[in-house]
Design a protein around this ligand. Sequence first.
Ligand code: SAH
Length: 214
Amino acid sequence: MDWAFQRRMMVSRQLRGRGIRDERALAAMLKIPREDFVLEDSRSAAYSDEPLGIGYGQTISQPYMTALMVQCLELQGSETVLEVGSGCGYHAAVLGALAARVITIELIPELAAMARENLANAGRIGNITVIAGDGSLGYAPEAPYDAISVAAAAAAIPRALIEQIKDGGRMVIPVGPYADQELRVVRKKGGQIDWHVAEYCRFVPLREATPRVD
Ligand code: SAH
């Protein structure tokens, strides 16, 4: 398989072709070996235009969704970023190529271990810390963050995550029930929050720490 060719096709057709314009994000996705993050039996589909199973009922997002989420964060290179939902570690690798430091937290310990191993094998673990734990309340020890990227859908934007965004910072988060989610871009400025919808999407649910009574 000519992986470099597949990557070029993915970037030109699925990303540039659909309006992704963040040149740093495009360059990172042209470089990071997605085939080394997916499961062995999905390798031949590593660059296909769809989400793929990564085990434990979870998925790696379609390449376009990863690119769009990263673009929404407008990373310049100096940021500290929190990712909630490491999965196989691919999205963290892209964030790590675009920011100074990435903390990524994953609820399923086996996936946290997989993400760590994939990132190490791809030579991308240097500025990335993988934590096994519940990220629905963010990760307070390293807060606040210049940017937060949430890879699983919340019922509503969790207050704890908003609190962990630095002033002037951004967050990208899918919100809503499974079949009807909005990818929201949240900005914090002068203590005020505003958000807009960047896209409609379908993510696995964010498992929330706070028990729900309804
Ligand atoms: N960014 C990933 C895709 C992750 S899929 C990649 O590139 O592969 C979403 C992930 O969020 C799943 O692995 C799921 O286990 C995780 N997740 C769900 N709820 C979570 C929570 N409360 N805290 C941390 N991770 C969570």
